[in-house]
Design a protein around this ligand. Structure first.
Ligand SMILES: [Zn+2]
Ligand SMILES: [Zn+2]
Length: 234
């Protein structure tokens, strides 16, 4: 991947804040490297029919975890298959290492499943493939004859994406516009649901961004907002 892409993407939430920029650039470079490694893997993911999210029905979990361990090893991260499976199942209270493992596992499983899944939709706001609630959005401009419409597409950590109505919380279903607040982190728009606190970080589509890395910006932006609020004692 061109380093220009990483530079442009790191500026989206960080602007001219050097500390933020250097920090996020490092994450983006790591995830870009992981993405390339994951993209080179082709394993057949076998799935039991009728299970949702689809990942619940994966039969060759150990094999997917094995590939996950290989990918992580290539970037210098040592973690065994049992720990990987544990971090995928146990979403809350994960370490940074667990988060990486869960990410790589989900991406590999999604790659193996995407041609078998038809056209599923969010299930009560959760990803039909892996069951997570999305936190990443991209605004896309769709030209019509006389005007341009903005469409929101939500992206799951696993790679699944689908259009979604803006100001419609995937976590609790709140769709009252006045029950959302919008926080701006340079060019990132964070829509926070005031009913449940769920946040979605949205960036604008741009030829210089790589959509598969948008989740890195979203997670980073949300963590920055949360730690700023903690410091202020909110
Ligand atoms: Zn997913
Ligand atoms: Zn909500």
């Amino acid at each position: 991947m061109e380093s220009r892409v990483v530079e442009v993407m790191a500026k989206i939430p960080c602007g001219s804040n050097t500390e933020c920029y250097m920090d996020l650039k490092e994450y983006l470079e790591l995830y870009a490297q992981l993405h390339e490694l994951i993209d080179s893997i082709n394993i057949e993911v076998e799935v039991e029919r009728g299970k949702y999210p689809l990942m619940e029905g994966v039969k060759n979990v150990e094999e997917v975890a094995g590939k996950t361990a290989e990918v992580l090893k290539a970037v210098g991260v040592g973690i065994d298959e049992a720990e990987i499976i544990d971090s995928v199942r146990n979403i809350s209270g994960r370490s940074e290492l667990g988060h990486l493992a869960s990410y790589v596992f989900r991406r590999i499983a999604f790659r193996g499943l995407r041609n078998k899944m038809g056209s599923p939709t969010w299930i009560s706001g959760r990803c039909p493939v892996c069951g997570l609630t999305p936190i990443t959005g991209i605004y896309r401009k769709v030209p019509h004859e006389f005007y341009t419409q903005t469409k929101l597409e939500l992206y799951c950590l696993c790679g699944f994406s689908l259009e979604h109505t803006p100001f419609n919380c995937p976590s609790c279903g709140n769709s009252d516009r006045s029950r959302f607040e919008v926080l701006l982190l340079n060019k990132v728009k964070i829509q926070r649901c005031m009913s449940c606190g769920h946040m979605i970080a949205i960036i604008d589509e741009d030829p210089f961004i790589f959509k598969d890395l948008a989740h890195v910006i979203a997670a980073y932006s949300i963590v920055r907002v949360m730690s700023a609020e903690e410091r202020q004692g909110q």
